[in-house]
Structure formats: structure tokens, C-alpha cells
Write a protein that binds this ligand. Structure first.
Ligand code: ATP
Ligand code: MG
Length: 418
């Protein structure tokens, strides 16, 4: 087939055999969020480009090279959102959500980054993000981490690790950046090209390098944690205590700096070694300065975003079977009269919340039963001309060794419902 139109590179179709897992994972995440009384916010996919350059920071990977930016028909500069925090803060300021009130919000949907596509890294990918506003203590940081830990438990993921660090206040970080810059400048011969560039534009990001050749110099670098201001250190110590009392294991990673400019104090990442190089499944932290930076008043904030593709890949590896889509009944229908009766009966079964796949089109009983088996349904119901005449229907269990039997159509519910 020449000239067939293909999807944009790095943008995937989620096919029907994948979507039941997606739905199950999304539903577990949503249920958990409502157990913590978080509320959904729905945000535009497009925002003004300046929103992202002003919040994420000019010298970050996202703003430097990953954004899908274009001028629309009016010449306005717009960007497909690369992440959700900036839009969420913008919406909160614009709609007065931060006036004398706290917020616990979540959103979900596609994000767009022009990265090199590879396993676990796409140009359109899905995140569920959570953002809390108006809380400055470590208690909310702990709540967010406990919430994410609960999601992993429910999904059956026990091979995940929590990495934790504190970036301190803007002032203490600025002081640290001076020390780090001096150290890196004394060792420029060990820096790769990327890091040389970052040393000038955003030295903290050098610590974030994934280049194995850079690990030695990074390992020896002065540690941010030794330069924390006393209030940030106290916040960090409190958080560690709370996590311990929640029995949530954590690993301090002094090199965890996160790629975005707006973070302060707590930062964390949930990682796994089961996904190869793309091991971060969830990342977040505090961004106490962002609301004011975007024109609102000073409002403390903390949040995280989970990468759904990576989480779903992990769910598949860990073989969670509860997450596959299910059908209760496959209804085999032979002949026009059977179809009329059967489709109405299927409606009544759906009224009782059973999921029913009614056979459409023709097909012998043999081929219909084959499809019934393939569908994963627990039972087949068979309705032919004889059954229509006698008011009966045949029940054929598909997943247990039990032969088929015939019952009155009007009694069908008592045979199928617990
Ligand atoms: P990475 O270091 O893997 O590039 P990041 O720091 O850029 O991640 P965040 O912006 O913090 O990622 O996004 C939060 C989560 O979203 C990540 O932990 C990851 O699970 C997921 N994610 C980020 N970028 C992509 C992508 N291009 N494709 C798929 N998932 C992604
Ligand atoms: Mg990235």
C-alpha cells in the first residue's frame, strides 16, 4: 500500500486490545484520588507559549528543544502543553481558585514533547497530575507520597522505589549553585558537551545527566543537602519522619534535582529498574514560588505527575490479571426471530449491569461459539428458532467444565445473577 497516511512519529494509537488495561488503571487512579478527596480540573491542551517559557524555565530541556510551538491564524504564539502544572496554575489564578482557600486538584490527559521516540518515551504521552495549593507544611508532601504509594499497591506494583531530595529555598539554592559552578568549572575536562552548555545556562541540570561517563564527576560534586537553609532542613526532616511513620521506604538521592526550574524544597521520583533506561514512573515536588511568578499572590504548592505509558507497561510486566477487560455474556443468535427476541433480552441483561456482546450478522452456531470463546465471556446464551418457539434459552458455561442446559427465558436472571 503506497502512500498510506501514517501517524506522526512518536504519537501512538491505543488499540482496542490495550484500552481495557488503560481503563482499569485509570479507574484505580481516579478511585484513589477520590478516596483522598481530590477534585478534577480539566484544562486546555493549548496555552500561550509564554506560559511555559516563564514557568518551566528557558534553560530546561522542555523549553529549549521539546515544545510543539506554532503561530495560529491570528499570529498568536501557542504551544501544545508539555506538562500540566503551568496550565493548572494559570487556571487557578485566572479563576480565583487560590483566594482564601486551599485546593487539592488532579487532571489527566495527553502531553506533547518533541523528544527522540524510544521505549517509554513518546511525543504524545499521557500523564495524570496532582497539584495542591495553599499548604506549606510537610504534611501535604507526605499525603501526596502516601497517595501515590497507595496507587502502586492497588496496581500490584511492588518493584518501585521512592527517591527523595530537598532543593531548599531559592536563596539557599542560589548559594549552592555558586559552589557547584566553581566545582564544575574546575573540572571542565570531565564534562560532556551537554553539561558544558548546562554549566552556563543551568548548572543544577548537570547533576541530572544520564551520561554514564558523567557519573564520576557528579558523584564527587558538593551536595545540595549540605547547603539547605534551616527552615528547609526542618521541613525535610519532618517529612522523613512522617514517611517513616507511614511505613513508606525512601532513598535520599542528593543528585535528584528535577529538570524544571520551578521546584523548591521537596522533590521526589518513583522509579523502577524493570523498564530499562526510562525508569521514572512518577515525579514531583514543591513549587512554592510558581503562583507568584505567574502573576498570582504567594501561594505554596506541591504536586506530581505520573507517566501512564510507563505505569501500564509495568502493570503488564507484573502480570496483573485483574486488569484485563471482561465480558459476562456472549449471545449467540440464529435467525431473524431469534435476533429480535435476543437483542431485547440483551438490553434487559444490561439493565442489570451485565456486559453482553450480542452476535450481529450471520454465522453458524459453531462459528458463533468460537467467537464467544475468543471474546473471554463467561457464558454463552444460545437462542435459535426452536428456543424462540418454546420460550426457552440455552445457557452454555464457557470457563468451567459443565454442560449446557436450557431454561425458560423469563427465569434467565436468576440463573445468571448471583
Ligand atoms: P525523564 O527524565 O524520563 O525525561 P522528566 O523529568 O522529563 O522525565 P516529568 O516532566 O517529570 O518527566 O514527567 C513526569 C513523568 O511523565 C515521568 O516520570 C515519566 O513517567 C513521564 N514522561 C515524561 N516524559 C515522557 C515521554 N516523553 N514519554 C512518556 N512518558 C514521559
Ligand atoms: Mg524529560
Amino acid at each position: 500500500m503506497a502512500n498510506i497516511i501514517q501517524a506522526v512519529r512518536g504519537m501512538n494509537d491505543l488499540l482496542p486490545d490495550q484500552t481495557s488495561t488503560w481503563q482499569a488503571v485509570e479507574s484505580i487512579i481516579k478511585t484513589t484520588l477520590s478516596e483522598y478527596a481530590y477534585k478534577e480540573i480539566r484544562l486546555p491542551l493549548l496555552e500561550k507559549t509564554t506560559l511555559f517559557s516563564r514557568s518551566i524555565g528557558g534553560a530546561t530541556d522542555i523549553v529549549e528543544k521539546e515544545m510543539y510551538t506554532f503561530a495560529d491564524r491570528n499570529g498568536d504564539n501557542l504551544t501544545l502543553r508539555p506538562e500540566g502544572t503551568a496550565g493548572c496554575v494559570r487556571a487557578g489564578i485566572q479563576n480565583g481558585l487560590f483566594h482564601n482557600q486551599t485546593q487539592r486538584l488532579w487532571y489527566t490527559g495527553p502531553m506533547f514533547r518533541h523528544e527522540r521516540p524510544q521505549k517509554g518515551r513518546y511525543r504524545q504521552f499521557y500523564q495524570t497530575g496532582v497539584e495542591c495549593f495553599g499548604f506549606d507544611g510537610p504534611d501535604i508532601d507526605c499525603e501526596l507520597i502516601a497517595l501515590s504509594a497507595r496507587i502502586w499497591r492497588k496496581l500490584g506494583l511492588d518493584n518501585v522505589k521512592l527517591e527523595l531530595n530537598s532543593l531548599g529555598s531559592i536563596e539557599s539554592r542560589t548559594a549552592y549553585i555558586k559552589v557547584l559552578t566553581a566545582y564544575l568549572s574546575d573540572n571542565t575536562d570531565e564534562l560532556d558537551e551537554d553539561s558544558k552548555r548546562r554549566l552556563k545556562s543551568n548548572p543544577l541540570r548537570v547533576l541530572d545527566s544520564k551520561n554514564p561517563d558523567m557519573q564520576n564527576i557528579i558523584e564527587r560534586a558538593p551536595k545540595l543537602i549540605d547547603y539547605l537553609d534551616s527552615a528547609s532542613l526542618e521541613h525535610f526532616n519532618q517529612l522523613k519522619k512522617m514517611l517513616t511513620s507511614h511505613e513508606i521506604e525512601f532513598h535520599i538521592n542528593p543528585r535528584l534535582v528535577r529538570g524544571l526550574d520551578y521546584y523548591s524544597r521537596t522533590v521526589f521520583e518513583w522509579t523502577t529498574d524493570q523498564l530499562g533506561a526510562q525508569g521514572a514512573i512518577c515525579a514531583g515536588g514543591r513549587f512554592d514560588g510558581l503562583v507568584a511568578q505567574l502573576g498570582g499572590k504567594q501561594v505554596p504548592a506541591v504536586g506530581f505527575a505520573m507517566g501512564l505509558e510507563r505505569i501500564i507497561e509495568l502493570v503488564k510486566i507484573n502480570g496483573s490479571t485483574m486488569l484485563s477487560g471482561h465480558i459476562d455474556i456472549y449471545m449467540c443468535l440464529l435467525g431473524n426471530e431469534a435476533k429480535k427476541t435476543g437483542m431485547l433480552l440483551a438490553e434487559k441483561l444490561r439493565d442489570k449491569s451485565l456486559s453482553v456482546l450480542a452476535h450481529c450478522g450471520d454465522g453458524s452456531i459453531k462459528s458463533q461459539l468460537k467467537q464467544a470463546d475468543k471474546s473471554g465471556a463467561k457464558v454463552a446464551l444460545i437462542l435459535g428458532e426452536d428456543e424462540v418457539g418454546s420460550g426457552k434459552i440455552i445457557i452454555k458455561p464457557l470457563r468451567e467444565k459443565k454442560s449446557q442446559y436450557s431454561v425458560d427465558q423469563k427465569d434467565i436472571f436468576s440463573h445468571l445473577l448471583p
